[in-house]
Design a protein around this ligand. Structure first.
Ligand code: ACO
Length: 329
């Protein structure tokens, strides 16, 4: 009997069956930052769209946030941890150098099998992890994968540097992928890019045993902004072209939440009305690898994004790294 590659590929295609988010309890407004820093609510809002951010306190951390988001994604999918075969966590801010956040979450969920690992691609991390999970499923290595983006960027910030500390927040988002997508359903494409020559535009110096001094995020904001506009536009074109689609075919854009001006620019390019763009940057600020799954979870849970909707995700971050994912829910 001939091997039917087409039906085999279809059987293994990945679909997204659950989403969940988790945010730290503590909310810090722009005015609260302005009380201890030379900045203002007006400056932050007009440049970025950010009004507030959630920051960890007490015993909250990357593992606890990732675990809570994963639990919600499983609940949303009607599954339990026993159904999961792999966990991929996108993060630049793990609680420990190792073990990975992924295996700590595996234990926290009570999983007794499967495997887990972390992916480091800064703000593009979730798109990278989604692509890895899709590949694991398509290659038959795992039938169901939890993909989590989690960040505790508050650990990386110089709280006296007004040009960076006002921009970020902490949080986690998770999706559950499972093999067996129907025709035209699930992860339709992912595209990943990086350009290491631009590594110094956005970086955090320091690692265990090297680079003495203060560990803090450094960013050339204007340059990052310029590259974001150009590279994200190209990534969107690439996703549409690969799938034979036009901008008007996209029903929802769930972008990385760095800056409202970048998000508005992408929506304009796709001629998407603003009520078709999921925006959380106003309340969450930039949660890096967590921002896309957190925004997706919000829009699925409040009923905006429904089964069958075509969703475009795009992100750019330190590296520089960037990419897109096109998903039929
Ligand atoms: N409050 C008040 N003034 C400020 C603040 C602040 N928080 N931060 C900077 N300023 C001042 C600067 O000192 C500067 O003053 P000067 O003209 O007297 O020197 C002035 O504001 C303008 O500073 P710029 O950095 O040129 O401001 P810009 O208009 O470029 O906005 C911003 C800065 C918001 C960071 C913008 O460049 C941006 O959004 N860049 C993209 C960053 C991004 O998207 N990063 C995330 C992608 S990667 C990732 O997610 C990790």
């Amino acid at each position: 009997m001939a091997y039917d590659e087409t039906s085999q590929q279809k059987r293994l295609a990945a679909r997204l069956i659950g989403v969940g988010g988790a945010l730290p309890k503590q909310v810090v407004t722009n005015d609260e930052l302005a009380a201890r820093l030379d900045t203002s609510d007006e400056w932050i809002r007009t440049r970025t769209g950010i009004r507030q951010r959630h920051l960890v306190s007490g015993d909250e951390g990357a593992v606890s946030l990732a675990r809570d988001a994963a639990k919600r994604a499983l609940e949303n999918a009607g599954k339990t941890a026993a159904d999961v075969e792999a966990i991929i966590v996108a993060t630049s801010t793990p609680d420990q150098v190792f073990p990975s956040v992924a295996v700590r979450v595996q234990a926290a969920l009570g999983m007794e099998r499967g495997f887990g690992f972390d992916v480091s691609a800064a703000c593009s991390g979730f798109v990278y992890a989604l692509s890895m999970a899709d590949s694991l499923i398509r290659s038959g290595q795992a039938a169901s994968v939890l993909v989590i983006g989690v960040e505790v960027f508050s650990r990386l910030l110089d709280w006296e540097d007004r040009s960076t500390c006002v921009l970020f927040g902490d949080g986690a988002g998770a999706v559950l992928l499972e093999k067996g997508a129907g025709e035209g359903e699930g992860i339709l494409s992912t595209h990943l890019h990086s350009d290491g020559r631009l590594g110094d535009l956005l970086y955090v110096d320091g690692a265990v045993g090297c680079c003495s001094g203060k560990v803090a995020l450094k960013m050339q904001g204007r340059e990052v902004f310029r590259h974001a506009v150009v590279n994200l536009a190209a990534a969107v074109d690439e996703a549409l072209e690969t799938n034979g689609l036009k901008g008007s075919d996209i029903q929802w854009m769930v972008p990385h939440q760095a800056n409202l001006r970048i998000i508005d620019g992408m929506a304009k390019k796709l001629a998407l009305p603003s009520d078709r763009v999921v925006v959380t940057v106003d309340r969450h600020a930039n949660t890096s690898a967590a921002s896309i799954p957190l925004a997706l979870a919000e829009a699925v849970e409040d009923g905006r994004i429904k089964k069958g909707d075509l969703v475009l995700m795009e992100a750019l971050g330190g590296g520089l790294t960037w990419g897109s994912a096109l998903v039929r829910m």
